[in-house]
Design a protein around this ligand. Sequence first.
Ligand code: FDA
Length: 306
Amino acid sequence: MRRLLLWMARNAWLRERIPRLPFVTRALHRFMPGEEVGAALREAVRFRDEGIKTLFTRLGENLVEIVEADAVAEHYLELLDQIHVQGIPGELSVKLTQLGFDLDETRTEEHMGRLVQRAACDGGTVWIDMEGSRYTDRTIALYERLKARHANVGLCLQAYLRRTAADVQRLLLVEPSIRLVKGAYDESATIAYRSRKAVDANYGAIAVALLEAIAAGRRVRIGLGTHDVMLINQIATRATTLALGRDAFEVQMLYGIRVDQQRRLAAEGYPVRDLIAYGPGWYAWYMRRLAERPANVLFALRQIVG
Ligand code: FDA
């Protein structure tokens, strides 16, 4: 089921047709408040009042024309203005392919530089999402170049990749901000752990390595991008044994998933950030969410039928 859904996420023919089906959008609201940025901002204000911060991401990836990337960058600059005006503790999470990474890497880096500079005015970070493995090397290289010039840029790394533990060790030298996730793409066993147990073990080991770096005095920001509460609890216990406070890491979860846990963690004093996605290009992203949990497919089907 997971592989089928991930194949559907990549299929251009389906990407064209499925979003046009009116009943599909009904099921979508489980994971995003709406296509318009206004809906995302309204939810962010609600979260702010509950002590939960926000990450904003405009959906859409793998552009065809570079002018589309310019428009996305402009959109994000305007969003940063809105975040400032409305006093929202919000940061951005962006895909490099949405900023033209497939078409013009120099332009992508320039766009990132502008976003990071603008975000710095409010002390915010711009996070770079990690996409499929064909982008990993180039994404990390771009991150390192940006990090050399700006403190407030973060990078997502995927625990299912066998290489990630070594990447983290190298990146520790630049005092990085790292969001650790399990990984959402269909990667081969030669480069990725495929069993849940192995991915979870690698996730835990990398998170502990990051905590140990903080305990050793390095300036590292950690985002635990997972809904796996058991894993978060284990990592929190390890942080305590290292004499680190609850602010040693931030928990980052997706809109609509384990919201009860987001509230509980925030109430217990852990920094929590909810990633709100919006925008018309939601198809591939939505299919990856379905692939993460078969029960979501049943939920989607119920919305479609009912
Ligand atoms: P896991 O899949 O083991 O789930 C743990 C529990 O959480 C499940 O038992 C279930 O209860 C709940 N859960 C998880 N996913 C759910 C879903 N879709 N619907 C309902 N319940 C669900 N990936 C990537 O490759 N690149 C990236 O840049 C990012 N960015 C990113 C940012 C943030 C803030 C998050 C939270 C996640 C990502 N991801 C990502 C996605 C990530 O790689 C992973 O696919 C999902 O987070 C699901 O894995 P979990 O860590 O939640 O664990």
